[in-house]
Write a protein that binds this ligand. Structure first.
Ligand SMILES: C[C@@H]1N[C@@H](c2cn(-c3ccccc3)nn2)[C@H](O)[C@@H]1O
Length: 447
């Protein structure tokens, strides 16, 4: 039985409009976490902060008033939005999500509703506007990250225990709405909002307010894309309402992790947002522990696309507006791979053939071409392929060398070995293209 919900999912199933089709076909995105936390580099008073750098204000060794004065030193001399956008273009990102305001409440745009914004820093100018323009100019769609949780706001509450809490929170709700309307008025080319900081009990009681605000924002920019992490339903559930139906336009729950199977995705649209180190979004000058390679990140990208999702890689510029060398190197390496293999990524998604050990299948939503993205080449050079029922393999060839036709060896019904080129020394993941057709009878013969 399902509950009657006023404020649960307003749509069952995927959005099919053009803006969502475009979103679904991005494949690769760039996250940018930037703010006054970048000035600390994850350290304070010479001490190393082992948490996520953008959370340093919550560290017991970080005096709150010292953090809250940092904006008076925010003057990023090396901020070059055009260079950032060019780098993202080279990497092959089709969209970018920028932190307009993180949990600390520092607003990177000139906000009428708070003095804790760039206009009151030495930098003085709008950070967001030039970034939106630069990315729009490169043809990369812009999405605005907004943290509802705002430690700088007197009305912010984790939970609503007293009448005073409730009165204060009404002011906070009005402030939150004002800033969001302001952002959409200032940056109407934004294609969506990426919400964060909505896990507090106080916010989870705001089903009515959040629903009205979401409707108001969607009316301002038709087709606006908002994920599952904004609205709580009648019972305070986000992501999936109390009947298990997806809230918002796509599932926004894959943070520093990926689904493993198509079943894990529940057949929804989704994005995965990923850090380069284990857990640093804002700039930390001392990355400890495992730092992901471009090989690992390319595999995560391909795995995401193979399961009908988008993969969003995070960049954390430093306090002066520099992109750190590790991130610049990853952008270049991923971009080099994308230049050769992008057909297996853009406008591609899930294919219902049985997953094999050598890697991932993706299928173009435009022409139906199937891509085998090989990460683990079998030592005998034979890629096992188990097609869906009644599928004929018409033409198989390496994406990099369409003239080299590969001849599948039939193992049994709907199962083949594709011989890959052994003399060609593959040093990075490569793509085999499969052009196939379906038949209404069993042409493979049987055993
Ligand atoms: C996209 C990422 N979401 C923010 C985050 C994650 N978390 C969090 C908090 C408690 C448990 C698990 C995750 N808190 N803030 C990170 O700071 C970054 O912005």
């Amino acid at each position: 039985t399902s509950l009657t919900l006023e404020y649960g999912a307003h749509r069952i199933g995927k959005r099919t409009d053009q803006m969502m089709e475009t979103w679904r076909n991005y494949g690769l995105g760039q996250f940018i976490h930037w703010g006054v936390y970048a000035l600390t580099g994850g350290h304070w008073d010479g001490e190393y902060y082992s948490g996520a750098a953008e959370w340093i204000r919550s560290w017991d060794k970080m005096p709150k008033d010292a953090y809250d004065q940092l904006y008076k030193s925010f003057d990023p001399k090396n901020y070059e939005p055009k260079a950032w956008a060019k780098q993202a273009k080279e990497m092959g990102a089709k969209y970018m999500i920028i932190t307009t305001k993180h949990h600390d409440g520092f607003s990177l745009w000139p906000s009428k509703y708070t003095d804790y914004d760039v206009t009151n820093s030495p930098y003085g100018n709008d950070i967001i506007g030039p970034l939106v323009e630069a990315y729009d100019a490169e043809g990369i769609d812009v999405y605005l990250y907004f943290s509802v949780m705002d430690w700088s706001q007197p009305g912010y509450r984790v939970s609503l225990e007293t009448e005073e809490d409730r009165t204060a929170y009404e002011d906070f709700k009005a402030f939150t709405r004002n800033q969001l309307i302001e952002l959409l008025e200032l940056y109407p080319s934004a294609k969506g909002l990426w919400f964060d900081g909505t896990w507090d009990e106080a916010w989870k009681e705001q089903a009515v307010f959040a629903d009205e605000l979401e409707k108001e924002m969607r009316a301002m920019i038709p087709g606006l894309i908002i994920g599952s992490r904004f609205r709580p339903d009648d019972y305070g559930n986000r992501h999936f309402d109390s009947n298990g139906d997806l809230m918002g336009d796509y599932e926004q729950g894959w943070e520093r992790k990926l689904p493993n199977t198509y079943e894990d995705t529940k057949g929804n649209d989704w994005d995965a947002v990923m850090t380069v180190p284990e857990n640093q979004w804002g700039y930390h000058s001392d990355w400890r522990g495992h730092v992901k390679s471009s090989y690992e990140l390319i595999e995560m990208l391909v795995k995401s696309v193979s399961l009908d999702g988008n993969f969003v890689l995070n960049f954390g510029p430093d306090g002066q507006g520099n992109i750190r060398s590790e991130e610049a190197k990853l952008a270049k390496e991923i971009g080099d791979w994308m230049k050769v293999n992008q057909k297996a990524i853009y406008s591609c998604g899930y294919l219902n053939w049985q997953k094999q050990d050598w890697g991932y299948y993706t299928q173009s939503r435009e022409d139906g071409k199937i891509y085998m993205v090989v990460f683990n080449q079998p030592l005998d050079g034979k890629l096992r392929v188990k097609t869906a029922d009644k599928v004929i393999l018409d033409k198989v060839y390496p994406l990099e060398n369409p003239g080299m036709i590969l001849t599948p060896e039939l193992i049994q019904k709907n199962e083949y070995f594709i011989p890959v080129i052994m003399d060609q020394k593959w040093t990075s993941p490569y793509v085999i293209v499969v052009e196939s057709s379906s038949t209404d009878e069993d042409k493979n013969g049987g055993f």
